[in-house]
Design a protein around this ligand. Structure first.
Ligand SMILES: *[C@@H]1O[C@H](CO)[C@@H](O)[C@H](O)[C@H]1NC(C)=O
Ligand SMILES: *[C@@H]1O[C@H](CO)[C@@H](O)[C@H](O)[C@H]1NC(C)=O
Ligand SMILES: *[C@@H]1O[C@H](CO)[C@@H](O)[C@H](O)[C@H]1NC(C)=O
Ligand SMILES: *[C@@H]1O[C@H](CO)[C@@H](O)[C@H](O)[C@H]1NC(C)=O
Ligand SMILES: *[C@@H]1O[C@H](CO)[C@@H](O)[C@H](O)[C@H]1NC(C)=O
Ligand SMILES: *[C@@H]1O[C@H](CO)[C@@H](O)[C@H](O)[C@H]1NC(C)=O
Ligand SMILES: *[C@@H]1O[C@H](CO)[C@@H](O)[C@H](O)[C@H]1NC(C)=O
Ligand SMILES: *[C@@H]1O[C@H](CO)[C@@H](O)[C@H](O)[C@H]1NC(C)=O
Ligand SMILES: [Cu+2]
Length: 563
């Protein structure tokens, strides 16, 4: 290339990267099974272009992302959900099999196209069966346009995708959960940070391949330059576990949650529930002559898994030099109050408050229970265990196919007066249904998630609920039974954080508010993969009549016709 054309190219590059015009990112993904040893134990994992976690998507606010997904799984369908992206105007790209699209069959290619309309940290993952926990997941970073101020500054950025990992296939897991002789998936074999963890190979069976010197399971290492400040973007794609993340000797300042700026909170360690994302700021201000641990611990369930570790490396120490200390053990796993308090401390950054509507048009109370149906163990919401229809709701509603799912309205509440949330239910029998909640377009909806005892005495679990297509305001958290006469009086109407995923703590309640103004059909479900698989979810519909013609690519299954 001569010098004139290189100058031209340079000018063009400068022009395009500095112009505020939105860009289109074209990605081509090949999804397939491969043997991987993320924790030294060799196992089939789902990869994207050879990677698990898949490639990080980086785009700038306002850009369009186009992902061409080729399903190379040979014997399995798939679908990919863009978690936290609201899909304004593109509800058919939400990637929720059975809700917004038919599954992508083996050998088929499906094209997702959507705008990343707001900056922040998000994730993507499979939304078909239990494939997320087989490794089909990754991070999405949406940057602010150049020159845009954020309410914090930093010198560098690092990403952490955190996950729990099983050696059994998701087929074995799903079959155990769906059998009348119920088999629980159990605690994970290891915890992974950026797809790297460690299993104790001396516990592996004689037929297993487990190699502690495999380079695939050398720990993740985060290189820090002494004196500098870093933004860590954190996404939990966990299948089951609630996590606590601690960086030995370093406080974390929480500055972003699910794509919204947080009034900065300094914590020693951060609780992260499956489906949540955070940004925290850390300062590399400790003794630079050594490295430090990143410790990932299970909370809320009695841990049965070794602490997941990575290394915080102070340049120029060796990136893998082992810290001289023991990895952080985190807070007590059953200290519910600690986690409850931290949840409550997260509110909107004062300069970025978008106040919620002061009142709502509808209150839906969703009681979360573990149940029995014909001898099978399920999770249910107001006594209804959710099942997906064969025809995706979006197509069914748009095409007026009323017979393909239950038209009976899903229940608005439970028996508030008599149901004892603190004890095992006297009658755990529930029913299955694919009924949904239909919202008036533009209305304000309050949803209260009410937790309860499971089928085991003295046990209530943490459920991280994720809403597709919207952010909701977190109006309040409480312990015990929500009282609709009293508790709304203590809602935060001033500066509630907006999120897409929120925890309901053991025996507690969490109140949300959102505006039903995004035409489409949207899943709202527990992000614990096994819980959603066992029926812990609901579906909201609003404004489908406002949508134009649906793309035929989402059709072809059940009674959805290519027309
Ligand atoms: C690995 O497992 C073996 C056998 O159970 C045990 O003796 C050993 O202490 C374990 N090692 C670690 C590092 O936990
Ligand atoms: C373990 O992995 C290392 C590094 O890849 C390799 O050199 C070694 O042969 C492997 N050991 C076994 C038993 O496969
Ligand atoms: C972390 O924060 C606590 C409480 O604010 C403070 O006492 C401690 O000195 C801080 N530690 C570091 C390493 O900054
Ligand atoms: C939680 O917050 C309450 C009220 O501020 C406080 O009294 C309590 O000590 C905190 N508990 C824990 C475990 O942090
Ligand atoms: C629950 O349903 C089972 C049948 O699946 C039935 O045998 C049992 O009596 C029911 N329990 C109650 C309390 O109604
Ligand atoms: C649970 O039930 C037992 C007996 O049925 C009762 O004694 C106890 O008070 C109940 N617990 C709560 C918290 O209501
Ligand atoms: C669920 O339905 C059963 C009757 O089938 C009833 O006894 C029970 O109280 C209901 N539970 C809830 C939470 O409404
Ligand atoms: C219930 O479990 C909690 C810990 O989760 C424990 O502190 C408490 O003692 C238990 N209560 C009973 C009655 O077993
Ligand atoms: Cu759950």
């Amino acid at each position: 290339m001569n010098s004139i054309s290189s100058i031209l190219l340079l000018l063009l590059t400068v022009f395009f990267t500095s112009s505020i015009e939105a860009r289109v990112h074209h990605l081509k993904w090949d999804v397939k099974y491969e043997y991987k040893s993320p924790d030294c134990f060799s196992k089939l994992s789902i990869t994207i272009n050879g990677l698990s976690p898949g490639p990080t998507i980086t785009a700038t606010r306002g850009d369009t992302v186009v992902v061409e997904v080729f399903n190379g799984l040979l014997t399995e369908n798939t679908a990919i959900h863009w978690h936290g992206i609201r899909q304004l105007g593109t509800p058919w790209s939400d990637g929720t099999e059975g809700v917004t699209q038919c599954p992508i069959q083996p050998g088929e290619t499906f094209v997702y196209r959507f705008v990343v309309d707001r900056e922040g940290t998000y994730m993507y993952h499979a939304h078909y069966g239990m494939q997320r926990s087989a490794g089909l997941h990754g991070m999405i970073r949406v940057l602010v346009p150049e020159g845009t101020r954020e309410p914090f500054t930093y010198d560098g950025e690092r990403t952490l995708v955190i996950n729990d990992w099983w050696h059994k296939s998701t087929f074995e897991q799903a079959t155990g959960l769906a059998s009348s002789k119920f088999t629980w998936i159990g605690e994970p074999q290891s915890l992974l940070i950026n797809g790297r963890g460690r299993y104790n190979c001396s516990m592996a069976g004689p037929m297993d391949v487990c190699n502690t010197t495999s380079p695939e399971c050398s720990p993740a290492s985060f290189v820090l330059v002494p004196g500098k400040t870093y933004r860590l973007r954190i996404a939990s794609v966990a299948s089951l576990s609630a996590f606590n993340l601690e960086l030995e000797g370093h406080n974390l300042t929480i500055v972003e949650a699910d794509g919204h700026y947080v009034r900065p909170v300094v914590v020693k360690n951060l609780n992260v529930y499956s489906g949540e994302t955070y940004s925290v700021i850390i300062k590399a201000d400790q003794d630079p002559s050594r490295n430090y641990w990143v410790g990932l611990n299970v909370v809320s369930r009695k841990p049965g898994t070794q602490t997941g570790t990575a290394i915080l490396n102070y340049y120029p120490n060796h990136p893998l030099a082992r810290p001289p200390t023991a990895p952080p053990a985190g807070p007590m796993w059953n200290d519910v109050e600690y986690r409850f308090n931290q949840s409550r401390s997260i509110v909107s950054h004062p300069e970025y408050v978008e106040p919620p509507p002061r009142t709502s048009d509808r209150l839906i109370i969703l009681l979360n229970t573990q149940n029995k149906i014909d001898g099978y163990t399920k999770w249910a919401v107001n006594n209804v265990s959710f099942t997906l229809p064969l025809t995706p709701y979006l197509v069914a509603i748009k095409q007026g196919l009323r017979h393909v799912f239950s038209q009976k309205p899903a229940p608005e509440t439970y028996d508030l007066k008599t149901y004892d949330i603190h004890n095992v239910s006297h009658n755990p029998n529930a029913t299955t249904s694919n009924s949904i909640y239909r919202m008036d377009f533009g209305s304000t909806v309050d949803v209260v998630l009410q937790n309860a005892n499971t089928l085991n005495p003295n046990n209530s679990e943490t459920h991280p609920w994720h809403l597709h297509g919207h952010d909701f305001w977190v109006m309040g958290y409480g312990m015990g039974k929500f009282d609709p006469e009293v508790d709304p009086k203590s809602y935060n109407l001033v500066d509630p954080i907006q999120k897409n995923t929120v925890a309901v703590h053991p025996y507690g309640w969490t109140a949300l508010r959102f505006v039903a103004n995004n035409p489409g059909v949207w899943a709202f479900h527990c992000h614990v993969e096994a819980h959603f698989f066992m029926g812990m979810g609901v579906v909201f519909e609003e404004g489908v009549e406002k949508l134009g013609k649906l793309p035929t690519s989402i059709m072809g299954c059940g009674e959805s016709k290519h027309r």
